[in-house]
Design a protein around this ligand. Structure first.
Ligand code: DLL
Length: 433
């Protein structure tokens, strides 16, 4: 089902007109209400009147994570604080979080884009939605919650963690949709197998997984082991939270809700826009939000865009699965590698489980990577020689797929920490310098 056919299937030219109008209005509001943007627009010599077509987007300045740090906490809010009814924050690995504010209209837009997200995955008002994203400052919990209610689902606001209870309620309440990070979905599968629950026999039919990079291989593993259709959903706190883009039933990329968030792909070095199909850094401009409408936000996520109409009928552009971020890219002897590329290789090897960690060290001033991956219990009790063969096979596959030499260590089942939210894949043991 398409939740909002008027906008989701809109003629692209008509949508472009709508986008330009909304963009101009947003820039005009920022000129008046946000001194930080007013200054930046002045520096660039641009006013709202100069925005006549979508190409004029590139006249506007970028906003970066550093800019958000500099203006922390409310410096980019475009309404008085008393008009806000909610804030969320992204955890961020270092320093202060990003604070996003929402007016009632923003909450409303968000519920709509999440209702679209759930419908994109095949959800309807008849579904029972088990929401295992964390509730709190993280946008996953309350985001999916309000969107689920907007669509008319019965929402189970269980939040992340307490896996035994997740399984109990999944069985007792007949959950048909599971919302979680993909790594937590794997944790749930693991626990189900341990206690002898066959999720494939339960009513569960759809998974809405996102908030971290995951590979196509992991998607297929989850689909197989849960007996569901798994969908990739994407979003970020700075833009609104989840509900920015979602994979439809055609599974040919994630539709971006671009009547609210205009995407661009730029070369992260030169900052020049790149044509459709070319991979680069994803940039978003919010054109409908009231409290925190960010202009040309550099997400650091790497992907490409496709503007062809999708077989599902939606005309919104699609982004490819995000394989990584410019800041979690590892450089191993000059080769750029993302953890999800290694995951893709691991999920193609039958003997190992999709539970892994990447240990980074720097002996002799060169980055070295060790992949630690779990094997199934049957294999672990096997002969040492067999284990060594598997390690070698993984190292060879990684070498042929990515062109890097890595060390591989098979570890005992259940020794890698299980994730309840975003998984920690990289253990960085490098000394500074
Ligand atoms: O992770 C919002 C979200 C919640 C998305 C629930 C989907 C589901 P942040 O915590 O601000 O927001 O983290 C945003 O997470 O820039 C990406 O690097 C990454 N990310 C989010 N979704 C995906 C995805 C939420 N589907 C950052 N694939 C983004 C890959 C993703 N990476």
């Amino acid at each position: 089902m398409i939740w909002d056919p008027l906008y989701e299937c809109m003629d692209p030219e008509q949508r472009a007109e709508l986008q330009v109008r909304r963009l101009r209005e947003t820039v005009a509001r920022l000129e008046v209400n946000v001194p930080w943007y007013r200054e930046r627009f002045k520096e660039k010599g641009i006013t709202a009147h100069d925005i006549k077509s979508l190409d004029d987007l590139r006249l506007l300045p970028f906003t970066t994570k550093d800019d958000l740090r500099e203006t922390y906490p409310f410096g980019l809010f475009a309404v008085p604080l008393e008009e806000c009814v909610r804030i969320h924050a992204s955890s961020g690995t270092t320093g202060k979080p990003v604070i996003a504010g929402y007016t009632p209209e923003d909450i409303n837009i968000w519920a709509e884009t999440i209702a679209r997200t759930i419908a994109c995955g095949g959800g309807t008002s008849k579904d029972v939605l088990q929401n295992a994203y964390g509730y709190g400052l993280f946008t996953g919990g309350l985001g999916l919650h309000y969107g689920g209610e907007r669509l008319g689902c019965m929402v189970i606001p269980i939040s992340g963690g307490n896996t035994a209870r997740q399984l109990m309620l999944m069985q007792d309440l007949g959950s048909t949709i599971l919302c979680a990070t993909p790594s937590y979905a794997l944790t749930i599968i693991d626990e189900a197998e341990r206690v002898g629950v066959d999720i494939r026999k339960l009513p569960l039919r759809i998974g809405l997984f996102g908030a971290e990079p995951w590979s196509q291989g992991a998607q297929e593993t989850i689909e197989e082991r849960m007996g569901i259709s798994a969908h990739d959903i994407y979003g970020l706190t700075e833009i609104i939270g989840p509900g920015v883009a979602a994979e439809c039933e055609a599974k040919a990329g994630l539709h971006i809700f671009d009547d609210h968030f205009i995407p661009e792909i730029i070369d992260p070095e030169t900052e020049e826009p790149l044509p459709p199909g070319q991979e680069g850094e994803l940039v978003f401009t919010c054109i409908t939000k009231r409290a925190f409408p960010i202009i040309r936000f550099r997400t650091r996520d790497i992907t490409s865009l496709d503007y062809e109409k999708c077989e599902c009928g939606r005309t919104q552009p699609r982004m490819k699965r995000v394989t990584g971020r410019t800041d979690d890219m590892l450089i191993i002897r000059g080769v750029n590698v993302f953890p999800s590329q290694i995951e893709e290789v691991l999920t193609s090897i039958e003997e190992v489980e999709p539970h892994y960690q990447l240990v980074l060290t720097r002996p002799k001033r060169m980055n070295e990577l060790e992949i630690q991956v779990e094997v199934s219990p049957a294999i672990f009790s096997d002969e040492v020689r067999h284990l060594e063969e598997i390690e070698q096979k993984i190292a060879e596959r990684v070498n042929s797929a990515l062109g890097i030499r890595v060390a591989v260590k098979l570890v005992e089942p259940k020794t890698i920490e299980r994730s309840e939210g975003k998984a920690k894949r990289i253990i960085d043991l490098r000394e500074e310098g």
